[in-house]
Every structure is written in C-alpha cells, then in structure tokens.
Design a protein around this ligand. Structure first.
Ligand code: GLV
Ligand code: GLV
Length: 325
C-alpha cells in the first residue's frame, strides 16, 4: 500500500499536491471549509503519516511526532523559519526536516525594502490623510516628510541570506553605511561593503534598524525596552523575521513616547493580529500581515520544494533543502 502524507491545509499550490498524489496516499486537512487545523485535529489526523507537508502555522512538537508514530520519516515546511518545529523531537526519532531557504530570499528582501520605504516615507499615513480629508493644500513644504535613505546608516541584525540581500538592494539607494550584527564576521560583508558591529553599536549608530534574524532562544524578546532606548530617537525599526524577537509592549511604548520614530512590521504576535490591537492605532507603525515571501513565483517554487523534499526523504535521497538537526 502507498505511504501516507498528511497535508495541513487545502490551499497549498495544487501542482505540488498533485505531484505527491501520483505517488502517495495524500490526506489533506480541509482548511478552506474548516479553518486552520487545531492541535487536536492535527493529532487525530497525523497517525500513520510518513510525511507531513505543513506551514509555519503548524506547531510540530513532541505530541505531533508521538501521534504520527514510527511511520514518520520527514517533516517538510513551506517556510524558511523553523521555529514552529521541535527539532530535538525530530532528531530523537531520526525524522528529517525539509524547509524552503534561498527560494524566498529575494521576495522577502523586496518586501523588507517596501516596508522600509512605506514606513520612512509614511505611505499609509499619507494615503489615509487623503481619505480623511486632510489633503487641503495641493503641496506643503514639510507635510508628510520623512527621513531619507540616501546618506543614512542602516543596521541589519541577522546577516544571513535575507539580510545580505537587503544590504545588496540598499546599495542602489546610496545609503552611506551598512552595519550588520551577527555572531561572526561574514565574508559576504566585505563583498557587499557592510561592516560587522556589536548590537550595541548597531543600535546606537543606525537610522534604520532592520531585523532579519531567525527566532531562537538567543533572539526571543531581544528587542526590548532597553534596546529601543539605545536607538536614536529618529530611528525606524523594521522587522521581517519573527514577531517574537520583539517585546511588543516595549515597542508600542517606544512608538508612543517618541523613543524611536516609527516601526514597520511584517511579523508580530499574535498572528493574525486582532483588528483592534493598539499597534494598529499608531500612525507611525506600518503593519503587514506576514507577506514577506508572497510573490506568485516564490510561493509556487516554495511549494514545489516542500513536495520534492518529501519525495527525496521517502526515497532515501538527498533532499534539495534539508535542515541538519
Ligand atoms: C516566513 O516567515 C518563512 O519563514 O518562510
Ligand atoms: C514636486 O512635485 C516638485 O515639482 O518639486
């Protein structure tokens, strides 16, 4: 009989699911009809699966691994972040982990720049002003001004694939300095012309602080009251990594008190953010619904990679994108 693959949503790109259906017995949670899968439903549907096709919405913890049982050989997530997966639990059972690095780097860097420009040039605030009848003079010298990217110092915390791509794209804007905070100096830094500094120096020097790090025990809650206080009062804070790297209450306070100028967030806690959340009431905070990798091209290639990771793992071949555990 065919191996079973459990798929946590019914809106993954069809082509990738059909590819799996040719080889396996594919069980798909009907998220369109029933909403996102709950933990209880995940646990009741996953037993006997050899592979799990999931997204960053789906917490793959010890309970899920236990519930799946000894058949489980691979977890393949349609994301580059894997903080929703208990890697130790997988490792203990020899289960392999597939993810989607590289293919989403450029899309996520593009969105990060969009967020940077939207926040610095106050795009949503300006658009809102039109709708609120506040555009009363055709043009006004200081109305809706924001800080220039050209000549600025940009600090990137987390200088991996995405952070480096952001740095490369920033060159076109003629920023004066690119600083990066990372555990060690990276050869790409020199190539790009970015300088490794301590987090303290990055916060002190940067006009724009961009966070593109992975969420880990080291980065959870890292951007707290103390860190915002170390930034310039004119600083703009951008986060396209994971909401949990930020103490969101501290960020809210920093935005309200003028400790920093503005923030642009593609990620937050919780997601989805309730529509009456205090952050959404701030004119100096741009919030996007976790759309970093959301280009048609990227999402198709990501789904394809998720499926190929599963097939490779189940045929004992080299997975195109395996995260070593
Ligand atoms: C998106 O946040 C991802 O991890 O791919
Ligand atoms: C702006 O529209 C200008 O002409 O300077």
């Amino acid at each position: 009989s065919k191996l079973k693959i459990f798929v946590t949503r019914s809106d993954f790109p069809k082509k990738s699911i059909s590819f799996l259906e040719e080889k396996y017995d594919v069980d798909i949670w009907d998220s369109i009809k029933n909403g996102d899968i709950s933990k209880k439903d995940f646990l009741s549907r996953v037993p006997g699966a050899s592979g799990i096709f999931c997204s960053l919405n789906d917490k793959v913890d010890k309970d899920v691994v236990e519930a799946a049982g000894p058949s489980l050989k691979v977890v393949s997530t349609m994301s580059v972040g894997v903080d929703h997966v208990d890697r130790e639990a997988l490792k203990a059972k020899g289960i392999r982990l597939g993810y989607t690095p590289d293919v989403l780097t450029e899309a996520t860097a593009e969105l990060t720049l969009a967020l940077l420009l939207a926040t610095s040039r106050r795009l949503f605030e300006a658009n809102r002003a039109i709708k609120d009848g506040e555009w009363t003079s055709p043009w006004a010298p200081l109305w809706m001004c924001g800080p220039a990217l050209k000549g600025s110092t940009v600090g990137i915390f987390g200088f991996g694939r995405i952070g480096q791509s952001v740095a490369r794209k920033l060159k076109a804007f003629e920023v004066s300095r690119i600083l990066y905070g990372s555990a060690q100096e990276k050869p790409e830094g020199k190539q790009i012309g970015a300088v490794q500094v301590s987090l303290e120096e990055l916060l002190r020097e940067s006009d724009f602080v961009i966070v593109t790090c992975a969420l880990s025990d080291r980065t959870r809650g890292l951007f707290n009251k103390e860190k915002f206080a170390q930034m310039k009062s004119t600083a703009i804070f951008i986060n396209s990594s994971r909401g949990a790297v930020v103490n969101q209450e501290a960020l809210h306070d920093a935005l309200v008190s003028g400790t920093i100028r503005a923030a642009g967030l593609d990620v937050m806690t919780p997601e989805p953010l309730p529509k009456d959340h205090p952050l959404l009431g701030l004119s100096n905070c741009v919030v996007l619904p976790h759309i970093g990798s959301a280009t048609y091209q990227t999402r198709m290639v990501m789904a394809d990679l998720v499926a190929k990771n599963i097939v490779a793992a189940l045929t004992n071949e080299k997975m195109p994108a395996e995260l070593a555990l």
